[in-house]
Design a protein around this ligand. Structure first.
Ligand code: ADP
Ligand code: MG
Length: 375
């Protein structure tokens, strides 16, 4: 099958006077598994429905394989949408649910039988054609919805939170199944989710959406390692953010030495340097910023032990901890038990005794891994 691109150019959408998509620009490559990640209400479903033709944009262009499909009726578009709630017909058998789109398109009986049979086989439900949706598990209903969409042979597959109604184990299994099916078919896929892990584990590239605005597009690793703002940084993982003020920018002052010089405020009071690569932004001296780092880019030591290069050391107490198997996540407070908003992930080994709540520790934040983001 031909692999096609999807492009959104300056797409705007309003419901009445409420703007829900603002100048959305996306370039989705042929055959790509593209995730659209954002909190509830950020406009993810609105954008999918717009690509499928259920919403009309007020501005901009929507291209599939380079052709503007804005004026194409929904059913003529080369796209298939799997709805979040599956939207199966309860009174029809699995077979008839899957056949539905072909009946609509007046496909002849013989061809219909072949295509429905193939679609059910693709999702592993050949034996279930005569059942009603209510006689299937959530995961099986999900597969019927997928078969019903694939049977019309779309060039673009749109999935709206396809796994959110399933329990955790099935969700992990189904996301692998979806991905391998997508790879096999080479179908350009837009996968909507509010689950950061789901997006990161499946996507070739992803976009983070907030309040109808695309915040950043990139590979999961790019977004995790180089978020462009605090929203993305927090949304794709846990982030430690210390408030700082820029004292000098790389190359601006003698002695700055190609590094950022920062004054760390709040409970921590220190002047630190971070590599120039910590920020792609043009932050100016005097400007407020966040010094951000991930929980596994920090270490815990006994108070009084000597520090090390490239680390910002601060004293803290353990506020609480969570044992997650691979590591223990500590939340830290200052000496007066005020939360610092800092998390440290310490790798766990068998028989290792974790630090207790209230215990005093020295925290070292790895400044070579830190990022400087606008505040
Ligand atoms: P998401 O899928 O990211 O949760 P939606 O695209 O469903 O977000 O919704 C985006 C915004 O548009 C929300 O504020 C929602 O309340 C609003 N909205 C969605 N559908 C409609 C509609 N048919 N009429 C009016 N407002 C809507
Ligand atoms: Mg939605």
């Amino acid at each position: 099958m031909k692999k096609v691109s999807v492009q959104c150019r300056n797409i705007r959408l309003s419901y009445g006077s409420t703007e829900v998509l603002r100048d959305v620009n996306l370039d989705i490559a042929p055959g790509e598994f593209f995730a659209l990640l954002g909190p509830s209400g950020s406009g993810k479903s609105s954008l999918l429905r717009l690509i499928a033709g259920f919403n009309r944009h007020t501005n901009g262009q929507l291209l599939v394989d380079g052709q503007d499909i804005t004026d194409l009726e929904t059913w003529r578009r080369p796209v298939g949408l799997v709805f979040q709630n599956y939207a199966l017909w309860p009174h029809l058998s699995v077979w008839d649910n899957v056949a539905f789109g072909l009946v609509e398109r007046r496909v002849d009986k013989a061809q219909m039988a072949t295509r429905v049979g193939a679609a059910l086989e693709m999702v592993g439900l050949s034996a279930y054609g005569q059942r009603r949706p209510s006689q299937l598990s959530g995961g099986q209903q999900q597969r019927v919805a997928l078969a019903r969409t694939l049977v019309v042979e779309p060039q673009v597959l749109l999935l709206d939170e396809p796994l959110s109604n399933l329990d955790k184990t099935l969700r992990v299994q189904m996301r692998q199944e979806l991905l391998s099916l997508q790879r096999r078919l080479g179908l350009t896929t837009v996968f909507v989710t509010h689950d950061q892990e789901e997006a990161m584990t499946t996507a070739d590239r992803m976009a983070v959406l907030d309040q109808g605005v695309v915040q950043q597009v990139g590979t999961p690793m790019q977004l995790y390692d180089e978020p462009v703002n605090a929203f993305v940084a927090h949304f794709v993982g846990t982030m430690n953010a210390l408030p700082v003020v820029v004292k000098s920018a790389p190359g601006l002052e003698a002695g700055g030495d190609g590094a950022w010089v920062l004054e760390v405020g709040g409970a921590v009071s220190a002047i630190v340097q971070v590599p120039s690569a910590a920020a792609a932004h043009r932050l100016k001296p005097g400007e407020a910023a966040w010094l951000c780092s991930r929980p596994h880019h920090a270490v815990l030591r006994e108070p009084g032990t000597s520090g090390g290069e490239q680390l910002l050391w601060l004293t803290a107490t353990v506020q609480d901890r969570e044992f997650l198997g691979e590591f223990v996540r500590y939340r830290l407070a200052d000496a007066s038990a005020q939360a610092l908003g800092l998390h440290v992930d310490a790798p766990h080994r068998a028989a290792q005794v974790p630090r207790g709540v209230g215990q005093s520790v020295l925290v070292g934040l790895d400044l070579s891994q830190a990022r400087l983001l606008p505040r």
